[in-house]
Design a protein around this ligand. Structure first.
Ligand SMILES: COc1ccc2nc(C(=O)O)sc2c1
Length: 252
């Protein structure tokens, strides 16, 4: 998978060179390219923003630097310049993810879908956002996905990009050492994960649940499933209701 990350603060993404994602890049499982949006401006001050048309507080990101940056990404992956300038068939278009509070909420199932794609481009905005015409213009060249990582507002898209890139790329085969661990995580089956314990069996007067010491794998599996259902019902009743609708198994 190739990822292109465009921002006025590309150094935010240096964190992606650490740990498992850093190693995945070294192993050739991922290619992450960072781009400085200001390199696609033409004025001396490398201006990327302007006042909002129609008035209002703050500044809006100008469309032209974004179009030039995104065309640069397309040209880099489309050897034939004539082809890069043309609208692409749906199957060939890269995915353009625009982090925004006004986007669909990013979920594990979206992460699983995006993890199967070959080329993701992220446009990390700042200020009050990116001129809407960039997303409109990009429709012919990308599958455009406005996404939010939650019902709160950040100062810009970079933190959302990092969160989404980690959630997506960890699902790529070979990135996580033990793929079995992916199967038992929160949200992997629509439920929150069960509580986990390790040694010592008694810690500051607090024991681990006896069943986990029994060696009876069937009882342990049943206990863990019950803990998942209990936790999900108590902490995320919305997910629990969806699970009931889909699966039918539930606590007595
Ligand atoms: C201007 O760019 C922004 C600003 C806030 C923001 N908040 C997000 C979120 O997912 O909460 S994405 C995002 C992008």
């Amino acid at each position: 998978m190739r990822l292109d990350l465009v921002s006025i603060f590309p150094e935010f993404f240096d964190v992606l060179d650490l740990s498992l994602i850093g190693r995945a890049q070294q192993d050739g499982l991922l290619q992450i390219r960072r781009h400085q949006l200001r390199e696609h401006t033409t004025d001396r001050h490398r201006t990327v923003d302007d006042t909002p048309t129609g008035g209002g507080a703050g500044m809006v990101m100008r469309p032209e630097p974004w179009a030039l940056a995104l065309e640069g990404v397309l040209a880099d992956v489309t050897p034939d310049p004539a082809e890069a300038a043309e609208p692409a068939p749906d199957s060939a278009r890269p995915t353009l993810i625009i982090p925004t509070p006004a986007g669909a909420v990013f979920t594990q199932s979206i992460a699983e879908d995006l993890a199967r794609r070959e080329h993701l481009v992220f446009a990390a905005g700042r200020y009050e956002g990116i001129d809407q015409r960039v997303a409109d213009w990009a429709q012919e060249r990308f599958e455009v996905m406005p996404l939010s990582i939650g019902d709160y507002v950040l100062n810009g898209g970079e933190v959302a990009v990092i969160a989404m890139v980690e959630a997506i790329t960890r699902l790529i085969p070979g990135v996580i050492g033990n793929p079995v661990s992916l199967e038992e995580e929160s949200h992997s089956d629509g439920l929150l994960e069960y509580p986990v314990y390790t040694k010592p069996a008694l810690w500051r007067g607090l024991p681990v649940p006896e069943v986990l010491l029994s060696g009876d794998h069937a009882r342990i599996a049943e206990h863990r499933r019950e803990q998942q259902l209990r936790r999900t019902r108590e902490i995320r009743p919305d997910l629990y209701a969806r699970h009931l609708a889909q699966r039918g198994d539930h606590l007595a």
